[in-house]
Design a protein around this ligand. Structure first.
Ligand SMILES: [Zn+2]
Ligand SMILES: [Zn+2]
Length: 277
């Protein structure tokens, strides 16, 4: 008979404490000029859940709202919190050309740029809109869609304008699975990411989407570990109440997979930080 003191498999994994969230959207889904009223609640949320390092990564199509001076003021008021200036650059066929120009112009003022793929063949609809984007998969060859998606990820990785790839297997969002092994589909992309010395994120956002799975999958994480690709921790919060969402669950997953460090960025320089138990 076991007693309450017996070690069990469940308790043999020591949870780790995550301290950083490198994917957040203060503006949400529209242009909202950065102000203290918009940004301070994010700092407050960070304090509440004991995060000490966060990056603002609004969508590049809303770059007009980003104000470096307001971020500077927020830093002055919240000196115990590292606040990184970032942006999420995607492959928007309409807006991303302007986004790239803006990033090039402000590169030296930015700490961190996420690269992501939100568009497949259709120019007028993000495939990851829920539920509407699922129609882009109807009656299609899912392996071909996966191949096309990862080709687009390689394109954004090769721009030289990103530090980290966001939600790298977002193509699974509606629950569509390929027939081929994911290693055969994503391996070339992970090799390119490694050769470019980029990071990928572990995003809890997948747990609130139809697929209900971390981005990326365990298998892609294992491949990334084998290849020496570093990770950031991310929630893809579109509201300050989502900051660090499901990070306890993420910490358990990382402990299970043997990940004991995350990376953070300052002016595009990457620093690896050990995670404490
Ligand atoms: Zn995204
Ligand atoms: Zn995002």
């Amino acid at each position: 008979m076991g007693s309450a003191m017996s070690p069990s498999l469940h308790h043999s994994i020591t949870p780790i404490l995550l301290f950083s969230d490198y994917h957040t959207h203060p503006q949400g889904h529209r242009v909202q000029r950065y102000t203290q009223a918009l940004l301070q609640p994010w700092a407050d949320s960070a304090h509440e859940i004991a995060l000490s390092d966060i990056a603002f990564t609004d969508h590049d199509r809303y770059h007009a709202g980003i104000d470096f001076d307001e971020i500077g003021r927020l830093r002055e008021k919240n000196t115990d919190l590292k606040i990184r200036t970032g942006i999420e650059l995607d492959n928007d066929p309409v807006h991303s050309a302007a986004g790239r120009k803006w990033i090039e112009k402000h590169w030296d003022r930015l700490d961190f740029v996420l690269g992501s793929v939100h568009f497949l063949e259709r120019d007028d609809q993000m495939f990851d809109s829920v539920p509407a984007g699922a129609e882009q998969f109807d009656g299609r060859d899912i392996d071909a869609i996966y191949a096309d998606y990862f080709r687009r990820v390689r394109e954004i990785a090769a721009t030289g304008l990103v530090d980290c790839l966001a939600h790298i297997d977002l193509v699974k969002i509606h629950g569509h699975r390929p027939n081929a092994e994911i290693e055969a589909i994503a391996g070339e992309t992970l090799d390119l990411i490694r050769s470019r010395n980029l990071a990928i994120e572990l995003s809890t956002a997948g747990w609130r989407k139809p697929v209900n799975e971390l981005y990326p999958s365990d298998r892609i994480i294992q491949l990334a570990i084998e290849k020496g690709i570093p990770f950031t921790a991310a929630s893809d919060a579109h509201s300050h109440v989502q900051l660090g969402e499901n990070f306890h669950r993420l910490a358990e997953k990382m402990a299970t997979l043997g990940i004991r460090e995350v990376c953070v960025f300052e002016k595009h320089r990457r620093f690896v930080k050990s995670l404490q138990s």
